[in-house]
Design a protein around this ligand. Structure first.
Ligand code: 1GP
Length: 250
């Protein structure tokens, strides 16, 4: 339970983490190496690897390349049970608790369970909550679920509480990749006040201000994908925000 313990210890002490989302479909070899080296330089805490759709047999190679250039823990962020690669460190075992589609609450998990058991991957049981961002996201379409309403922090809080009571160890609030607006600070704060699990927040965090707002509201881990793909300079900028918050703790 290495990573789970790390996340719980950090949550207890208030130390924040920065995760970079790597979408295997969008990786280009040359810029990928640069991104990995810059991630080490800027002390990125985790890589999340995945997406709703992965259209090539490339997961293993992506993880091999990550290992060549970094020791940063690499966590699968799967869209479905096809996205299992034993050479990663861990997998977010996502139960899509904002939705009412049994396939993504338990169905895919039954298919994946025997393979996960043999994989040696650390399992991170995660209550995954999609939050409306103003446009229909790929994950909402593919999962055939309705996201949580943007302006209903109370509903999000109840959902997260139920997830925690069911035994899920992390809560991940996601506005979806490339979201126009990220999860609101009000919603993050409402969830923070109701659960003791570490909270992961992602989707549309494409500026220093948005990163700061999510951390201040109570996110323990912020996940950034699109923003860095579009503007590589954002990586050191957001890393600096996270480190500044952590420095103030020390
Ligand atoms: C999406 O939380 C991730 O699942 C990250 O989203 O690509 O918008 O940063 P972005």
């Amino acid at each position: 339970n290495l990573l789970l313990n790390t996340l719980y210890n950090r949550k207890e002490t208030g130390r924040k983490s920065f995760a970079v989302l790597l979408d295997p479909d969008k990786i280009e070899q040359e810029s990928f190496k640069d991104l990995l080296i810059r991630s080490v330089e800027n002390r990125v805490d985790f890589f999340f690897v995945g997406g709703s759709l992965i259209t090539n047999f490339i997961l293993r190679e992506v993880i091999e390349t990550i290992r060549t250039y970094t020791n940063i823990p690499t966590i699968l962020f799967p869209g479905n049970s096809l996205h299992i690669e034993p050479s990663a460190d861990a997998i977010l075992l996502l139960s899509l608790i904002s939705g009412r589609n049994p396939e993504f609450l338990i169905g895919q998990h039954v298919i994946a369970a025997p393979l996960l058991k043999k994989s040696g991957l650390e399992i991170l049981p995660t209550g995954y909550m999609l939050v409306d961002s103003g446009v229909q996201t790929t994950v909402s379409y593919i999962s055939n679920t309705t996201p949580l309403p943007y302006d209903k922090p109370g509903v999000a809080a109840c959902t997260a509480m139920a997830g925690e009571m069911l035994g899920l160890k992390l809560i991940y609030m996601d506005a979806g990749s490339g979201a126009r607006r990220p999860v609101s600070p009000e919603m993050i704060a409402a969830v923070r006040s109701c659960v003791d699990t570490p909270i992961v927040v992602g989707g549309g965090i494409n500026s220093v201000e948005r990163a700061q707002a999510a951390l201040q509201a109570g996110a323990d881990v912020i996940v950034v994908g699109n923003g860095i793909e579009k503007n590589p300079e954002l990586l050191p900028e957001i890393a600096a925000v996270v480190q500044e918050v952590n420095r103030q703790l020390a």
